[in-house]
Design a binder for this molecule. Sequence first.
Ligand SMILES: Nc1ncnc2c1ncn2[C@@H]1O[C@H](COP(=O)(O)OP(=O)(O)OP(=O)(O)O)[C@@H](O)[C@H]1O
Length: 384
Amino acid sequence: MIRLERVTKIYPGSAFPAVDSVSLEVAEGQICMLIGSSGCGKTTIMRMINRLTSITSGTIHIGDQNVMDMDPIQLRRQIGYVIQQIGLFPHMTVYDNIATVPKLLWWDKKRIAERVDELLDLVNLDPDTYRFRYPRELSGGQAQRVGVARAMAADPPVMLMDEPFGAIDPINREVLQEEFLRIQARLRKTIVFVTHDIDEAIKMGDKIALLDAGRLIQFGSPEELLTKPKNQFVKDFVGADRTLKRLNLLRVKHAMLRNPVHCLEEDPSEKVAEKMIEQDMSYLLVTDRQGRLKGYVNLYDLRGHKGTVGDVVRPLSLTVKPDTNLKDALSKMLSYDLGIVVAVDDAGRLQGFLNTRTLFSVVGESYDERGGHWGRITADGRIL
Ligand SMILES: Nc1ncnc2c1ncn2[C@@H]1O[C@H](COP(=O)(O)OP(=O)(O)OP(=O)(O)O)[C@@H](O)[C@H]1O
């Protein structure tokens, strides 16, 4: 846990505080994104946490220890620090860069070698290829991965990351973000992460701290900043497309209609057709007895057909998983030109479905945050 209480920094000779009475708490294992325009005090906050910059007033605790009561060198060894650009020591190999802190801690050679390889694997760099390269022999993205590996070398519980992906092109940046989240899901570090990019903040943060001229304007989950921006400044900062941005946060399982009406492949076509007419349905999903999705049937194919539904079932060109994010689900719906998309689990069992209406309900103001329950489905799949 990292806790800032009314932390202020006034640089000598400066009329205004660079950081002005900021209080916030980052729970253990969570990522807090610091964001705000240039000069708002993000880097100063990071440097006060690891005492590279002194605190003018207020307190910073890591766990139950006040950082001012800790030896600065000991403190910094407990904190992994990743910074943009400068990152690596240019005259040292990847191995020596990553081994910096373990060497300071007097680990034995074998333990260090194992740790370096383990970390290179973790950040997706083949140890045999990269171990003895120099930073100039790496791409920007590879260098940044080595920077992350180095910060993690001694397994610090806390990480400070100052725009670690800032200089990386958008495509590699997304790859690094995904990788980082994958690693974080396993390691559960407590992280303060500076970014200029609101999309990065929304994607990576458990919490976002939005700063302006040294003051904390809003501190909350990405969902809170998007749905309850405190004032116009926050609204402007998150962007007019904040409704669409929420699609990135929500998953199909949050919006899908569960237990959709369906029939079994062995059901007689005529019976199913009767039911569909009765219910005014033009198509229907089909599963096997185990609930695995087989496709769908339409009334036209079933009418007058003497066999079972399984004979005339049509495959579905697109399915998604309950954990797919809504932005991906929507873009698939659009690119396949479909009005509905069906969710199946890893075993292919029918879980629910989404249509454009459910999507609109989710991103619209009326969304019920406890889950996708919008009452009754009409025969043609509309939601009431
Ligand atoms: N060593 C220093 N001496 C005096 N003023 C400083 C010093 N370091 C930073 N500042 C000032 O403090 C304010 C906050 O700077 P800081 O580097 O924390 O901002 P930032 O949010 O990280 O900015 P950026 O996004 O541009 O990196 C700025 O106005 C900056 O000019």
